[in-house]
Write a protein that binds this ligand. Sequence first.
Ligand code: URA
Length: 261
Amino acid sequence: MRLDKFLAQCGVGTRKDVRTYIKDGMVKVNGQVITKPEIEINENDDVIEYLDKVVTYTGKVYYMFHKPGGCITARKDAIRKTVFDFFEGINMNGVFHVGRLDKDTEGLLLLTNDGEFEHKLMYPEKHVEKTYFFWALGSLDEEDRKKLESGISIGKGEKLTKPAKIEIDKCEMYKEFEQETCIGEFYKMDSRRYDQPVVSGYLTISEGRKHQVKRMLKAVGCFVIYLKRISIGGLTLDESLEKGQYRLLTEVEIQKALGEV
Ligand code: URA
């Protein structure tokens, strides 16, 4: 196996990261510094070290996590709860989150020690689709829908967003939404402003810019009050997982996320 592929698979970093580490002389093979990412190694016999620590291949793991609102997508935080705090007692060495969800966003988050997998899901040119369910203050007409679908400006000096898909689910007043919703955590309105329109729907994007869904909807005058990621590629969140629960992905699910089945 190629040295860079081995290190990425062991969770040392993404394929791009590990190439830099190798070129910067941080990696040894059988005691010798190697600066060529493409050299072939034997993962069973050769001793590979990164920053003088032996890298052992423990096998790949892929977790599906139902992220609740209120925790941050990070490994550690001095004050706030992180997604890793939900994996107490599990060996998470070398495991990292694939992309990020905002603190208040719920839903499907993947964690793995497979750098290749992360690379395939995260690189914009791979166009892996992610679908989000949203509730937002405001309304969406045909013109807004076209703008969201064809590409919209979400920040000064930024490129237009790539084509997206939008499906509108419900349009009603905030007071009705608040009465009927089973969502626990969402933005609460002052009761004097209950007569405001709200809209729910599904937005599917193939990029991962910061706060992208919120910014896209803001660009058409909508303010997101609830957001949940429901799918990545062909992989849908297992709704039998309660918020805060996780489970390992099956082989087929791994391929589904990558759009290979
Ligand atoms: N877009 C957002 O605005 N927030 C997220 O958490 C994910 C996508």
